[in-house]
Design a protein around this ligand. Structure first.
Ligand code: 5GP
Length: 116
């Protein structure tokens, strides 16, 4: 049984967090601890704990996460300069919240993808 995280409460607005986008499949809001001038989280409304738990039934939702990230990047004015979309999985991936989420980060040059 997968346990709900704080993200489910944000989706339902039981914890009031300004939403940048919400539809029947996904929700987006700003990261509480931004790592770049623009740092937004795009998450599925359905609780999926990790990328390992994604199934073919989730393909529409996963696709929507990307089209919403694209739309928000444009609204944030970072489309042309560019940005990064990140999904962390489990311990080695650095995942902290076990409700999958796509980080949309940008607003300055991000540098190498991984620290060496
Ligand atoms: P992860 O490390 O799991 O990929 O990223 C989790 C992200 O969720 C972190 O960047 C963290 O700052 C963000 N986060 C954790 N709790 C909250 C919260 O209550 N509200 C918001 N807006 N972001 C959160």
């Amino acid at each position: 049984m997968t346990e709900e995280t704080i993200f489910s409460k944000i989706i339902r607005q039981e914890i009031p967090t300004p939403l940048l986008y919400q539809d029947d499949l996904v929700t987006a809001f700003r990261d509480i601890s931004p790592q770049a001038p623009c740092h937004i989280l795009v998450i599925p409304n359905k609780l999926i704990a990790t990328v390992n738990d994604v199934t073919e039934d989730d393909e529409l939702t996963l696709g929507r996460m990307i089209t919403v990230a694209k739309k928000l990047a444009k609204e944030e004015g970072i489309s042309d300069d560019g940005y990064r979309l990140i999904m962390n999985c489990n311990d080695h991936g650095g995942q902290e919240v076990y409700h999958i989420h796509m980080h949309l980060v940008g607003g300055h040059k991000l540098g190498p993808m991984l620290k060496r």
